[in-house]
Design a protein around this ligand. Structure first.
Ligand SMILES: Nc1ncnc2c1ncn2[C@@H]1O[C@H](COP(=O)(O)OP(=O)(O)OP(=O)(O)O)[C@@H](O)[C@H]1O
Ligand SMILES: [Mg+2]
Length: 778
């Protein structure tokens, strides 16, 4: 036998003691706070947790690259140790989950909307399979002492982390509490919430950690076991097909039951492996020679070597080739799977399902007879391998048992953003966890951009106290915001509502001198007025007058407005000043005076819609500038109060029709993040957006991008920019309204998001002609 293997068998040999209590049936001897477990005499184990990557929807080339990278990872496993890869299917605790996602009632007159929204969420949550997968790597090794083990694991750990990060995954060490929690959740399914463990306290009181995790009872039968009130069964992979598809593991673990599947890997050093295979090949050759000699002795000189011998020779040669020239390693592996159910019938049915899935892939599972306890300990991510049904595999054939499937987005404190199209779990995003909260919503007209923005607004309005500011060029948010108790400001030439362009709060601007920043803003307003631009002399005058207006105000004068500014200009001696004043006249005392007076609307309401539908061509860019400036004022104010602001800019491309407003938004985009504001830009014209350098940098600097149905040319451009595979592209091709792809940080996840139509909220949000009476009547 191979030396490494016989060594490991020798080390693994343990005296069997009948467990006298359920605690003793848990094969862990000691735990350390950093997560190293002693699991036998001189045997130590440590578990690492890794996150999933988007394998299922990756393109063929990407899949190949991931496959090779994963093979590399397997190759890097240490040959002196056993490495276990575990997939843990864990059902979300229903009560916890509801507590986390449902909006609590507040009795402020909006509870009827909260009820509707909660009903929608609940329906999605029950429809979703509510199984989350966690994935672990457990390394177990024989070392003389914990110190030696610790050095070993810290070396192995960095190696694992770097290999997983090359795959696009993240691998972190689990500390004692995390690991005990994982075991607790398995042993005591349904009581996930009641897990309490404090290592320091346990040590002080002299309690055993096992008391905190063990089930009420464990009874092992011939082909199943009972664990508390639940039933479980351990299966192992008995027969491998010669060609396994890379989706077998994903299909096996797709069962929406609590289960754990482990692959134990023992890599063999290449020199030993080569020697072993050479010996085998030699044996086969000898057999063939003997056979031929026998034939010759019988005067049969033209005999052909029998098929099975020929096959043996061919396979041994191939294996040798793999080892020596193709960088493959010899690995011994065993695959075990434990699944649990509430009743015996359910358990048997589940076992049948699993067997069928395996059979579909031409593999055979079998129940471990009289070995359920050993099987259970092998399948759990503790670090034991007590089942010796080892199979010889090459790295490649082991890599086919690919543990990766699809990324999930399930952040703590997240907001519902749809349902994962592959795993059907809810997508819960918490933008505060991203590098920046900037977000874009892209899609063809009618794909549901505004609708998903409105869904987010509804949630924010009902569940948080954050401020919401909306720039609405299509008059479609008004009724929704009014229903939520917000304010609509209609800005147009000749409208009653005024916003003061010269408003300024403390701390305005980039953090330097606020008056200088404001003066710059006024300059850009003037640049709007005249296409030829503003001359250097005029710039000086504008700067001087702006400063003077604010100075007056500080020494007890009138509130600065554009009218004041014009008066100030008229007071200046230069001829250019008079010209400037004249240019401003239309906007101060003329018909386009919407921004020239003191604000007369309630700009302190929590939710504000700036309705700019009737803003004429003349005022459009200026209007946008003033509104963003007002938003920036508000953001600064809120930031000081420690309040978060959400900003929605619909039909965002309008902003880039003009260079100045584009530049202004670009800088605002950067400022928003530092001021705890979450901007959301909504637009249909991706191509248009990408043509502008400013806009495309804004897009690539956004960590949260929702892509709904896309036009063909846009799709291609987005694919290049965001590295979207063909498979992922299919989710933004001819997608239904509200369905598409979310780019959330580095993850790219297809999602489905359908809002029920027979609700009050839907009627407030829809823009479909015929359904939109709420907005049409405005
Ligand atoms: N998630 C959804 N669930 C149910 N219906 C939806 C959803 N998203 C969109 N719709 C339907 O599609 C219609 C169009 O959506 P929406 O107004 O958001 O389009 P849009 O992408 O903003 O288009 P435009 O670019 O023209 O503004 C909605 O009025 C609604 O009826
Ligand atoms: Mg829209």
């Amino acid at each position: 036998m191979i030396k490494t293997l016989s060594n490991i068998f020798k080390q693994d040999k343990e005296k069997f003691v009948i467990p006298k209590g359920v605690q003793q049936a848990i094969p862990i001897q000691a735990v350390w706070a950093d997560g190293i477990f002693q699991i036998g005499r001189n045997k130590f184990a440590r578990t690492y947790k890794f996150v999933d990557i988007n394998y299922a929807v990756a393109s063929r080339e990407d899949k190949e690259a991931m496959f090779l990278e994963y093979s590399e990872l397997l190759n890097s496993f240490d040959s002196g140790a056993t490495t276990k890869i575990t997939i843990n299917n864990r059902r979300l605790n229903r009560q916890d989950f509801e507590k986390a996602i449902l909006i609590p009632m507040q009795e402020d007159g909006l509870d009827l909307y909260r009820k509707e929204y909660n009903a929608m969420l609940l329906e999605k949550a029950t429809g979703a399979n509510s199984i989350v997968q966690e994935k672990y790597v457990t390394v177990s090794v024989y070392k003389k002492s914990i110190e030696e083990a610790r050095t070993y694991f810290s070396r192995i750990g960095t190696d694992l982390v770097s290999h997983f990060s090359r795959l696009g995954s993240k691998c972190v060490e689990m500390d004692a509490t995390d690991k005990l929690r994982a075991l607790h959740d398995f042993y005591r399914t349904g009581e996930e919430t009641s897990f309490r463990f404090d290592l320091a306290e346990t040590m002080r009181k002299g309690h055993s950690f096992k008391d905190f995790i063990c089930p009420d009872s464990l009874e092992f039968e011939k082909d199943h076991f009972r664990m508390g009130n639940r039933y479980g069964r351990v299966l192992f992979l008995r027969e491998y097909a010669s060609y396994i598809k890379d989706n077998m593991i994903a299909e096996l673990t797709d069962l929406s039951r609590n289960l754990m599947m482990s692959i134990d890997v023992i890599p063999i050093p290449t020199d030993e492996a080569v020697r072993e295979v050479e010996n085998r090949l030699l044996g086969v050759e000898t057999n063939i020679t003997n056979w031929q000699r026998k034939q010759n002795a019988n005067n049969n000189f033209s005999a052909v070597v029998p098929y099975d011998m020929e096959q043996q020779r061919k396979e041994s040669k191939e294996f040798l080739d793999d080892l020596t020239t193709r960088d493959q390693r010899m690995m011994f592996a065993v695959l075990t799977l434990v699944h649990t159910a509430d009743t015996k019938e359910q358990l048997d049915a589940d076992t049948d399902t699993l067997l069928t899935v395996a059979r579909k892939h031409l593999c055979q599972f079998a129940t471990l007879k009289y070995q359920q306890m050993d099987g259970l300990n092998t399948a759990l991510p503790i670090g034991h391998r007590k089942i010796n049904a080892l199979r010889t595999l090459t790295t490649e054939s082991l890599a086919v048992l690919m543990p990766f499937r699809v990324q999930e987005i399930m952040d703590e404190g997240g907001i519902y953003c749809g349902e994962n199209a592959i795993s059907h779990n809810l997508i819960m995003c918490n933008k505060a966890k991203l590098l920046n909260p900037n977000s874009f919503l892209l899609g063809v007209p009618g794909s549901g951009k505004s609708f998903s923005a409105k869904m987010l607004i509804v949630f924010l309005a009902l569940a948080t106290g954050d401020d919401i500011l909306i720039c609405d060029p299509e008059r479609e948010y008004g009724s929704l915001i009014e229903a939520m108790g917000g304010e609509v400001i209609r800005i147009a030439a000749g409208s009653r509502d005024h916003i003061n362009a010269m408003d300024m709060v403390e701390g305005y601007g980039d953090g330097g001198n606020p008056v200088i920043d404001k003066s710059e803003f006024v300059l850009s307003l003037f640049e709007q007025l005249d296409k030829k631009g503003v001359s250097a002399k005029e710039k000086s005058i504008i700067d001087r007058c702006t400063a003077a207006v604010y100075e007056d105000y500080q020494s007890g004068g009138n509130v600065p407005t554009l009218c004041r500014l014009r008066e100030k200009m008229l007071e200046q001696p230069e001829r250019e000043a008079k010209d400037l004043a004249l240019a401003l006249e239309l906007f101060t005392s003329g018909s386009l005076d919407a921004f020239a007076h003191e604000s007369n609307v309630d700009v302190n309401s929590r939710m504000i819609v700036y309705d700019i539908m009737d803003l004429g061509k003349q005022l459009k860019t200026m209007g946008l500038l003033v509104i963003t400036d007002a938003m920036l004022n508000r953001v600064t104010e809120n930031w000081k109060k420690g309040k978060r602001t959400h900003i929605f800019l619909d039909e965002f491309h309008v902003v880039f029709e003009n260079e100045y407003s584009g530049a202004f938004f670009n800088s605002a985009w950067r400022r928003f993040r530092k001021r705890n504001a979450f901007p959301n830009a909504i637009t249909q014209n991706v191509e248009y957006l990408l043509d502008s350098v400013l806009a495309s940098t804004m897009l690539s600097n956004s960590e949260y991008i929702v892509m709904l149905n896309q036009a063909a040319s846009d799709r291609q451009k987005l694919a290049d920019l965001l590295n979207i595979s063909n498979e992922q592209m299919s989710y933004i091709t001819n997608a239904d309204a509200g369905c598409g792809l979310i780019k959330y940080g580095s993850s790219l996840v297809p999602f489905i998001n359908k809002f029920p139509k027979n609700t009050r909220l839907y009627r407030l949000m829809t823009t479909k002609p015929g359904e939109d009476s709420a907005n049409r009547s405005r």
